[in-house]
Design a protein around this ligand. Structure first.
Ligand code: PGA
Length: 253
């Protein structure tokens, strides 16, 4: 059954001392709330994974990475492999974030390779999809998302597909303060779920959590999460403040 999920993507923010403060505030804040109905995931930059994973041992959140290499271990200077992540108690990994597609030229094929390597290590991929403003204004958003989903993840067998999480993040909403309306989010989430039903079946589609990302904050989270096919959020800016992040995680009705 699809789970409620809130994942915080710290992106390339915080020095070590600030990261230490943030994760400890998250841990302290979490103690005040009952979050049994939601899986909370914290995705710090690579150098802070050990710190975050140490704190997670006595807390109620999981650890995720923001990216993974598309190759196995070896001579790939500067890269971090899925097996390295596994050895650091990482359970989730974001793949195909629009910032990686844009600044690091990641293709749907790269993303498909990364998803395979993660699943081999039993790490849950959080695959991001989303259209640009230009694509939405041209009415191409359904086609763009269909292609990203088909090429990025639909090579998987049903039993692997149902181990994945998908995040719909309209590029025009990321870091802009311009959130998708709950109707816009629901429309795309339902579309993605329908694609999964058509490719696999309804049982598989009911296992895959689909998260919304893009200027999600404590004020708008509840109405977004109230929509039928919105199973939670991938949170950027608001995940850098412990109170905001936990408030979002407590926004399921
Ligand atoms: P934002 O980022 O919440 O700052 O818009 C979301 C994301 O990029 O995952």
């Amino acid at each position: 059954m699809r789970r409620n999920i809130v994942a915080g993507n710290w992106k390339m923010n915080k020095n070590f001392a600030e990261a230490d403060d943030l994760i400890n505030s998250i841990e302290e804040t979490l103690r005040q709330y009952d979050t049994t109905d939601v899986d909370i995931i914290v995705c710090p930059p690579f150098p802070y994974l050990e710190l975050v994973s140490d704190v997670s041992e006595d807390s109620n959140f999981f650890v995720g990475a923001q990216n993974v290499a598309k190759f196995d271990n070896g001579a790939y200077t500067g890269e971090v492999s899925a097996s390295m992540l596994k050895s650091m108690a990482v359970d989730y990994c974001i793949v195909g974030h629009s910032e990686r597609r844009k600044y690091f030229f990641e293709t749907n094929q790269d993303i498909a390779q990364k998803i395979d390597l993660l699943l081999q290590q039993d790490i849950t991929p959080i695959m991001c999809v989303g259209e640009s403003l230009e694509e939405r204004e041209a009415g191409k958003h359904f086609d763009v998302i269909r292609k990203q989903v088909e090429e990025g993840i639909f090579h998987l067998k049903a039993e692997d597909m149902q181990r994945c999480i998908i995040a719909y993040e309209p590029v025009w909403a990321i870091g802009t303060g311009k959130t998708a309306t709950k109707e816009q989010a629901q429309e795309i989430h339902a579309f993605i779920r329908k694609l999964i039903v058509e490719k696999y079946n309804d049982d598989v589609a009911q296992e895959v959590s689909i998260l919304y990302g893009g200027s999600c904050n404590p004020k708008n989270a509840q109405e977004l999460f109230s929509m039928e096919d919105v199973d939670g959020g991938l949170i950027g800016g608001a995940s850098l403040k412990a109170n905001d992040f936990i408030q979002i995680a407590c926004s399921f009705n």
